[in-house]
Design a protein around this ligand. Structure first.
Ligand code: UDP
Ligand code: MG
Length: 317
C-alpha cells in the first residue's frame, strides 16, 4: 500500500509569538513520520490564518517560502476556531489521504500523531485525541471544561469526553463531513455523526508554549451554546415538559376555584375569572410546546444534513 499523504491542519489566530516555535515542531514530526514509513513525503503542514490582526499571516507566508512542506490559507476575516478548522479540512480533503487537526500553541502532544496514523493504517477513519489528565489547567478552566461536557450530554448533545479538536480524519470521512451544510458549527459533535470506524488515542495536554489563550470564558460559553443548539432540540422538549406540568397545575387550580366557589368562600366572579386564567394559560403553554416541537423539526431540516452515508460497497476495491 502506498504511504498515505497526511495534512496537519493548524488554525492560527494572532499567534505570532508561538508560531515560530511550533511550526518547526510540526515539520519535524512530519519528517519523522515519513522516515518511519508511516506517511508519504508529499505530506504537508497546512496553516489556516483566521483573520489575524498581527504578523501571523506574514509568518505563514515566510514559512511557505522556506520549505515546500509548509502551506497556508487565510480566511477573509476572523470567523472563530471551528470555522478555521473546517476551512483547513475542506481545503485538504481532495489532496490528502488523512488530516490531523491540531491547535498551533503546542498544548497538544504531537507525539500522539504516531498512534493516530497507526490507528488509521489499522483501519480506522476517525481517531480522537483524548486528554488523559487536566493537571496543566487551572482549577477554574478544569471545572468549567468538565462542567461543559456534563452539561452537553445532559442536554442531549453527545460528544467524546475530554476530546477537543485534536483528531485524525480520513479523506473519505472528510468528504462526508463536507455534506453537513450547517453554518452553526460544532465539529466535536458533528464528526461522530459521520460514523465510520473510530477509536481514540490518549495524550497529555501541557501549557501553551507562548502567547495568550484566544478562548476566554465568553467564547467557551458561546461554543457550549452552539454545541447544544446545533446538536440537540432537547431545550425545546424541556419547554414542552414544563408546559405540561404548569397545565396540570392550572387544571388543579380550576377545580380548586370551583370548589371554593361552591363552598361560598369566594367573592362573586372570582371563581370564573380564576378558572379562565388557569385554563387558558395551561392550554397556551401546551400549544407553545407543540409549536416548539415543530420548530425543532424545521430547525433540523434546515441543516440539510446528509440522509445516509455509505462506508463500503462490494464492487469497490
Ligand atoms: N483560534 C482561531 N480563531 C479564533 C480563536 C482561536 O483559529 O478566533 C485558534 C488558536 O490560534 C489556536 C486554537 O484556535 O490554534 C485554540 O485556541 P487557544 O489555544 O487560544 O484556546 P485554549 O487552548 O486556551 O482553549
Ligand atoms: Mg490552547
Amino acid at each position: 500500500m502506498e504511504h498515505p499523504v497526511l495534512y496537519i491542519v493548524v488554525p492560527c489566530y494572532n499567534e505570532q509569538e508561538v508560531l515560530p516555535i511550533t511550526a518547526p515542531m510540526f515539520l519535524n514530526k512530519l519528517k519523522e513520520l515519513a522516515e518511519k514509513g508511516l506517511i508519504s513525503e508529499d505530506s504537508r503542514v497546512l496553516f489556516v490564518n483566521d483573520g489575524s490582526s498581527d504578523e501571523t499571516w506574514n509568518i505563514i507566508r515566510a514559512l511557505a517560502r522556506s520549505d515546500e512542506h509548509y502551506i497556508g490559507i487565510s480566511q477573509s476575516r476572523n470567523r472563530g476556531h471551528q470555522n478555521a478548522v473546517l476551512a483547513g479540512l475542506m481545503e485538504a480533503r481532495n489532496r490528502c489521504d488523512i488530516s490531523i487537526s491540531i491547535d498551533c500553541d503546542g498544548q497538544d502532544d504531537i507525539n500522539a500523531m504516531d498512534d493516530m496514523v497507526r490507528a488509521y493504517l489499522g483501519g480506522c477513519d476517525i481517531v480522537y485525541g483524548v486528554r488523559c489528565d487536566r493537571e496543566s489547567d487551572s482549577f477554574f478552566k478544569r471545572t468549567t471544561a468538565q462542567g461543559f461536557y456534563k452539561f452537553l450530554s445532559a442536554m442531549g448533545a453527545d460528544v467524546v469526553y475530554n476530546h477537543a479538536d485534536y483528531r485524525l480524519i480520513s479523506a473519505r470521512a472528510l468528504r462526508e463531513l463536507a455534506k453537513f451544510e450547517e453554518v452553526n458549527l460544532f465539529l466535536r459533535g458533528m464528526v461522530p455523526l459521520v460514523g465510520f470506524k473510530s477509536t481514540s488515542v490518549e495524550y497529555k495536554r501541557t501549557e501553551r508554549l507562548a502567547g495568550k489563550s484566544k478562548y476566554p470564558l465568553r467564547k467557551m460559553l458561546s461554543l457550549a451554546g452552539d454545541g447544544i443548539t446545533s446538536l440537540s432540540i432537547k431545550p425545546l422538549r424541556l419547554i414542552m415538559g414544563f408546559g405540561l406540568i404548569v397545565a396540570l397545575l392550572s387544571f388543579a387550580g380550576v377545580i380548586w376555584a370551583i370548589i371554593s366557589a361552591l363552598g361560598g368562600h369566594a367573592v362573586a366572579g372570582w371563581a370564573s375569572t380564576t378558572c379562565i386564567i388557569c385554563f387558558v394559560s395551561g392550554v397556551q403553554l401546551i400549544c407553545m410546546g407543540i409549536i416548539g416541537e415543530y420548530i425543532g423539526k424545521i430547525y433540523l431540516e434546515t441543516k440539510r444534513r446528509p440522509r445516509y452515508i455509505i462506508s463500503e460497497r462490494t464492487w469497490d476495491k
